[in-house]
Ligand binder design. Sequence first.
Ligand SMILES: [Zn+2]
Length: 373
Amino acid sequence: MKNALLQNNIPYSVLIEDVQKMIDTNIVNNKKMKAVSLETYDYTQYHPMNEIYDWMEQIGEKNNDLVTKLYLGSTYEHRPIYYFKIGWPSEKKKKIMFMDCGFHAREWISVAFCQWFIKELVSTHNTNAILGKVLKEFDFYIVPVFNIDGYIYTWTTQRLWRKNRAPFENGTCYGVDLNRNFDAQWCTIGASRNCSSNTFCGPSAESEPETKALAGLIGRIKSDILFYLTMHSYGKMILLPYGYKDDVSKDHELMMSVATKANAKMKEKHNNEYAVGPSASVIGYYDSGSSGDWATDIGIKFSYTFELRDNGTYGFQLPADQIKPTCEETTTAIMSMVEYVHDNYLENSAVAVTAVWLNMFITILCLYYTVIH
Ligand SMILES: [Zn+2]
């Protein structure tokens, strides 16, 4: 075109140097704009990390009375990991329900679940009777995507990648299994010291920046954490401690009754139920260095590992049309757990505290009468 104009001595000026580039840029920008719209965010689809980052920013900004977005730490590849604190401000010390998703990169349903659950908290806190009462006593702390480098790798390169993306052996081998990297009988059983293994435990306990960040936060607030829930897939299970030994935790009976009730509630939703029990016996193999066992060992009372749908038909590649029913039934289960503990554990402790004060009052009264009379 330019040449034809020059040959015929027709004067011209260039307004846009590369029209195609402009069109392409606009398409990319439009896609980006679409991704950041909270109103149209589709919770029944899987989302790449850039869209989840946009979503995190918006959900924090638009619900800032209830939601605080906080920095957890950095991944190996220097990406920020965020968590959300969700609950009404309170004068009194609240209990914490801690939840994380996306430990294992390929378990996309886990990441979809945390986004769904946060959406439920912010959109139904006025109408949901359970949330109405528990949000006064509990703050929810939620890490929507923990293993961000790995998650991105499953979108760009290898759909079934599991570990983080730290390099070993001069960059010939990648990835630590973050759920074998915690300081709970680290690498003693059901974990590998070989980097090419999917269950590589890393060079030492908490060697990975992701693990260190999560263990650091939980360690600092552990006395307030009543629940630790870690969301995985697949297998349809609610797992209790322990994975590294056959023994059960000291709160096993209580934990079993809470999980069994949650499972029954879940079944009412889509007639789907999970296997419930100690990790080593339900899964049928041992693992060490998991976050669930570690949380139990540092004194967190209710530590559950969820293995979401399905039973292996699609495995890690659960079709998007199962996101909604999976998230609905899992939300039902978790709400049941939180409500049960709120009604029975917290109120019992409130009754216990009242009884102590009453006792003291009566004792003082008795003393007063003994001294005076
Ligand atoms: Zn997993």
